[in-house]
Design a protein. Structure first.
Length: 497
């Protein structure tokens, strides 16, 4: 049960959303019937057609274009395992070509689990009476940030439920607190946001505090399913309010936005075309597509029966296909795979799906980092995390596999966002900066936080490997990277390109 204050807030906001719906100026770009007919028409594609589309995805990588819905439908309908091997190789190639062999690391920070909504798949749903409800106060935010920066994190996704206790004003206050909390060399340099859709004025206020990417996941693009899992009378009932949430954000100048689907609510084939249509709609309207795409898969959540009962749950093999197709269809977009997935799947998806960003050392219970030794806080969590290994262990595995762990946050602080970022990503030149900044931030980690095993592999293998890469591919900045590394050894921090 909501208290009277939350009840009033929800009803007022709901009326405002209904009003927005009536005056909405944008046309729904998701046509369910059309998506299914595209998928049906491209059933059983010829091998030659699949190969042609794989080649097109490669050439799109340096031209900054996406595949078409028909082309994505061909990939979706591919059955031949050898062709899938070519798709996986291409996903890896695209990732290497755009971003280089680095993985950007972040942590999700759950600021609140108070929510006025009742989504059928979520542990934060209002009907979950078992949950201890909480919106962190300033001291608690500080404790969480200290716990995160003390292990080496530099970038966060701050996650908020939809509730008067975690409204736009609360978001502004907590993000300011996150940025101003420092401990030794520890600090958060980029704070992305995952929160409910807002009104333009609210977005304006949030933009002013210097956020990174603003994420809104549509959850499902299928209209009927959307209605079924987001009950009427809640703030999430309006499909279009959510669909155009990122349009409104971009309208007021938030130019890095992130899309996402909760795979498992509806047929994954349909959802992939929905994601593509959304990316194209943003690009058509603003000339800038999504900065990131996320693809969480439905996992167990306390008192959310749909989480295990859905008939659309996605198998591991299909999940890897989803990740790889996203890489081919939007080559310039950051691809985020979270610790909802177990480590073996994460490892496979990096290689076969071209993942570029991952969380590590993750806790999703509100206040969970201050209670780090407990892997799960079921009475405070939205869902269960399957990869709960420490940040340091995760980094060690990345180094063993030949990747560069990166804490780079230079892009948005150097103004490489929106239309300034896109040409670099679309023409596959952003990796030159990504690798250089990746080396510098990984070196900071090695100096300040790493275990002996990570220090050893970092100094002896990872840093030399990527310095060689810089020397070969971007010789002009090689001396500067070396000089910056020296300065880091002499206790200067936050050097970047
Ligand atoms: S998915 Fe979001 S809006 Fe829905 S119940 Fe969970 S926290 Fe609330």
């Amino acid at each position: 049960m909501l208290d009277a204050k939350a009840d009033l807030w929800r009803d007022k906001r709901r009326n405002e959303i209904i009003e927005w719906d009536k005056n909405n100026k944008w046309q729904d770009f998701i046509d369910d019937g059309k998506i299914w007919s595209i998928l049906r028409e491209r059933k059983k594609p010829e091998a030659s057609e699949v190969i042609e589309i794989i080649e097109k995805a490669r050439s799109n990588t340096t031209q900054g274009t996406m595949l078409s819905p028909d082309e994505v439908a061909v990939l979706i309908n591919t059955e031949d395992p050898e062709l899938w091997d070519r798709i996986y190789e291409t996903a890896d190639w695209i990732k290497q070509t755009v971003y280089g062999n680095r993985i950007v690391l972040f942590a999700p920070l759950y600021l609140s689990n108070t929510c006025v909504n009742n989504c059928a798949y979520c542990g934060f749903r209002q009907a979950n009476k078992e949950l201890e409800r909480k919106a962190l106060n300033h001291n608690e935010v500080e404790a969480e940030v200290n716990a995160l920066v003390n292990v080496g994190h530099k970038r966060l996704i701050a996650v908020y439920g939809e509730h008067p206790d975690s409204d736009a004003e609360y978001i502004c206050k907590t993000v300011k607190k996150i940025y101003t909390t420092r401990m030794g060399f520890g600090e958060i340099r980029r704070c992305n946001i995952n929160a409910a859709p807002m009104f333009n004025e609210e977005y304006r206020n949030i933009k002013q505090i210097g956020i990174g990417t603003y994420q809104i996941f549509q959850e499902t693009y299928h209209h009927d399913t959307y209605r079924q899992v987001h009950p009427a009378g809640t703030l999430k009932e309006s499909y279009l309010w959510r669909l155009f949430g990122l349009h409104r954000a971009m309208e007021v100048g938030i130019d890095d936005v992130g899309l996402g689907v909760l795979f498992g609510l509806y047929d994954w084939r349909f959802e992939l075309i929905g994601l593509l249509q959304h990316a194209k709609a943003l690009e058509n309207e603003f000339g800038v597509g999504p900065h990131t795409i996320s693809y969480p898969r439905l996992v167990y959540a306390e008192n959310a029966p749909l989480a295990t009962r859905s008939k659309y749950l996605v198998s591991d093999d299909d999940f890897i296909k989803i990740v790889a197709i996203i890489r081919l269809m939007c080559p310039y977009t950051g691809s985020i795979l979270t610790a909802r997935e177990a480590y073996p799947i994460r490892r496979r998806a990096i290689k076969q799906g071209g993942v570029s960003q991952m969380d590590a050392g993750t806790r999703v219970g509100v206040g969970g980092y201050a209670e780090m030794e407990k892997e799960h806080l079921p009475h405070k969590e939205q869902f269960y995390v399957k990869d709960s290994q420490s940040l340091d262990d995760f980094i060690y595995h990345l180094c063993e596999d030949g990747y560069l762990p990166s804490f780079c946050t230079a892009g948005y602080r150097e103004g490489r966002t929106g239309e300034n970022f896109m040409p670099l990503a679309k023409h596959a030149t952003v990796k030159n900066l990504c690798i250089a900044n990746g080396i510098l931030t990984f070196k900071e980690y090695v100096l300040d936080y790493a275990s002996d095993k990570v220090k050893k592999i970092g100094e002896n293998k990872t840093i030399p490997l990527f310095l060689d890469w810089i020397q070969t591919h971007v010789p002009a900045i090689y001396p500067h990277v070396r000089e910056y590394l020296k300065r880091e050894e002499n206790n200067t921090r936050d050097l970047h390109f």
